[in-house]
Ligand binder design. Structure first.
Ligand code: MRU
Length: 353
């Protein structure tokens, strides 16, 4: 299905409101950077690559509001860039995309007017979107062949078309497996507390005609122990230089269980999710979200008033638990001291297991 979670129309960023899915497909329009930052914070758009694209587009549309004077233009753009980067802390794609936009503006050609720079920023934001879709397709090609024919694959959270420019990373691998001729079944974890699995992943998979089963997060270990799950594939919000991976809360638990039961555990992500500036996962900031996500089910309170809540939105899976990391460049496997992303990954499309 051609899902467009993030796009630009005229001087506006258009976001599919993911808070309302699957009940309603509603698109919201935003015409300045701070409004896009608020939409990212409020989860109108979510998923690491998608929030990076939205932020880039937020800067592009905001450039129409920047003064014509170059110095004031850049000052305003930097101010809004800071607001966008602060909207969610864990996914590095956000800062990656914003930095790329700022670099374009900082390298202002001498013959450019403010209007030429605005057009240039629009083109850059569109390029970030197009490149993300291309990277996801390549991830699907490299990763799809790792999934054996007849396998049941489990995924957690939503790393699909909704979380990216389109096609998806973890769901890109699942889609890639089908394109490679594998007949597969998919298990989606509901992903408490925000239910990205139940609400978003299931919506995408059912729409695409996959044999899809929804489970509670708590059922995953039982199913692994009973031989129901053949492979696990998840997305990522930030991957440190050694391969330690931040992803949706609960990912670490699945990875420990996968190791216990000898089930391959794959991470799929574009290189915009790599943060080679940090050597390991202990440096990844973990977003803490509001307690109501845990004390309430929808608008209905389920926990006693006065209870304390800890609600980390992400956890870090150590590299030792990850069988391979699939990027658009190929399949990276660790050696004894971790992953080495600067070395050439496996690009063979014949490996099946
Ligand atoms: O809080 P969210 O919904 O933004 O969390 C999303 C995830 O954890 C995804 O798995 C990750 O961003 C990868 S999306 C391709």
């Amino acid at each position: 299905m051609a899902i467009k979670p993030v796009s630009m129309k005229g001087h506006r960023v258009v976001l599919l409101d993911q808070r309302l899915l699957p009940a309603s497909e509603t698109y919201l329009k935003f015409n300045d950077g701070p409004a896009v930052a608020k939409a990212i914070k409020d989860m109108v758009v979510r998923g690491a690559p998608a929030i990076g694209i939205a932020a880039a587009m937020g800067l592009a549309v905001h450039s129409s509001l920047c003064p014509d004077n170059k110095e004031d233009f850049l000052k305003e753009l930097h101010k809004v860039a800071d607001i966008l980067v602060a909207s969610r802390p864990t996914a590095v794609n956000l800062k990656w995309a914003v930095d790329r936009m700022l670099q374009v503006a900082e390298n202002w050609p001498s013959d450019y007017t403010a209007e030429s720079m605005r057009k240039r920023l629009y083109r850059e934001a569109e390029a970030i979107l197009d490149e993300d879709i291309a990277m996801n397709r390549a991830i699907g090609t490299h990763g799809g062949v790792l999934i054996p024919d007849g396998a049941t694959v489990m995924t957690h959270c939503n790393a699909g078309a909704l979380a990216t420019g389109g096609f998806g990373t973890a769901l890109g691998v699942i889609r890639g497996a089908r394109e490679a001729g594998r007949s597969i079944k998919v298990i989606s974890c509901e992903t408490r507390p925000y239910l990205q699995g139940a609400r978003l992943t299931v919506w995408e998979l059912v729409h695409d005609g996959f044999d899809t089963t929804l489970i509670t997060d708590n059922a995953a270990g039982h199913l692994m122990a009973n031989g129901v799950i053949d492979a696990i594939v998840v997305g990522a919000d930030r991957i440190a230089a050694n391969g330690d991976t931040a992803n949706k809360i609960g990912t670490y638990t699945h990875a420990v269980l996968a190791k216990r039961h000898n089930i391959p555990f794959y991470v799929a992500a574009p290189s915009s999710t790599l943060d080679l500036s940090i050597e390991d996962g202990s440096k990844i900031p973990i977003e803490q979200r509001m307690s109501e996500e845990v004390t309430h089910y929808g608008s209905h309170r389920i926990a006693a008033d006065g209870v304390k809540v800890i609600n980390p939105s992400f956890d870090v899976t150590p590299w030792q638990l990850i069988t391979a990391i699939i990027t658009e460049k190929g399949v990276h496997r660790p050696d004894d001291d971790g992953y080495h992303f600067l070395e050439n990954p496996d690009t063979s499309t014949k490996t099946a297991s």
